[in-house]
Design a protein around this ligand. Structure first.
Ligand SMILES: [Zn+2]
Length: 284
């Protein structure tokens, strides 16, 4: 958390605020999050730069600057987020972008300081760094590629879906929702899924993520908020996450909560009736 839908929601909120605008100054309040660059250097590079594009790559927010000034990449990881309105907790502000004409501020906050901030010399360098540590974007991966990647792993399907090197963007909440939509038990072995199951999984990935983006992501506790400080609406309509013992939206049986190996501290929710542990007989 935030996962692909929350980062996409951030990017869609940031785009109109940033595009074509001049950043007069970037203030670094917490150099701890910077990678490969100190605060002084970051602030020096951040004077009077125009923003060309704001985009998402997996769970990265990528801000492309004009005039070959490179690309700022922010990874919100667990507790990072952007604010166009005054953030409620000033002590969690890590970066402030001061925009000129008209004056405005955009804040990056990070409660637990788990995020990362990098300045790449060019978008190509950022793309290379992304490719080294990530598979294809979950919204763009083709069925044949997904199939090939899952056939190569020995893991359970849920940890495989959450592996950013296999495909980028999915975390704990959406892995459960996707597997529910595809009617696949989270502990099935990824390499043993049938062709039908893989096709269902592939369409469930894009359907679930698209629905979650339309709802502006998932919010619980003090976690993700949109750039305007609002809660995302996905958890009001979702099927599994946080719904232990509540009736399955498909069959009415209670949703179960469990822990699965390799995902320490992260619960798994599923419907034991809609998502059977054994591979259905006669499946191709
Ligand atoms: Zn069910």
């Amino acid at each position: 958390m935030p996962e692909l839908p929350e980062v996409e929601t951030m990017v869609r909120g940031l785009r109109p605020a940033f595009l074509g605008r001049f950043v007069e100054q970037i203030e670094v309040h917490d150099p701890f999050l910077l990678q490969g660059c100190d605060a002084e250097e970051f602030e020096r590079r951040g004077r009077m730069v125009q923003v060309e594009e704001v985009a998402r790559r997996g769970k990265w927010v990528a801000i492309t600057l004009c005039d070959h000034r490179g690309m700022i990449v922010i990874q919100p990881r667990m507790t990072g987020g952007f604010w166009l309105v005054q953030p409620p907790r000033g002590e969690h502000i890590r970066l402030t972008f001061r925009l000129a004409k008209p004056e405005a501020k955009i804040w990056y906050c990070d409660t637990r300081r788990l995020g990362k901030i990098q300045w790449f010399a060019s978008p190509e360098q950022a793309a290379l760094a992304f490719a080294r540590s990530h598979g294809p974007d979950a919204l763009e991966i083709r069925l044949e590629d997904l199939t090939a990647r899952l056939r190569r792993t020995r893991r359970g399907i849920k940890p495989a879906l959450m592996d950013q090197k296999l495909l980028a963007g999915i975390g704990n909440i959406y892995a459960d929702e996707i597997l529910f939509a595809a009617r696949i038990h989270p502990q099935r072995i990824a390499a043993r899924l049938s062709r039908d199951e893989l096709a269902r999984l592939h369409s469930a990935i894009s359907a679930t993520l698209t629905t979650a983006i339309a709802a502006e992501g998932s919010s619980f506790d003090a976690g993700f908020r949109t750039v305007l400080g609002l809660e995302g609406g996905f958890l009001a309509q979702n099927a599994t996450y946080g719904r232990e013992r509540e009736p399955c939206r498909r069959c009415g049986k209670p949703i179960e909560k469990t822990k699965i190996p390799g995902l320490i501290g992260r619960p798994t929710y599923f419907c034991p009736s809609c998502q059977p542990r054994r591979r259905p007989r006669g499946a191709s």
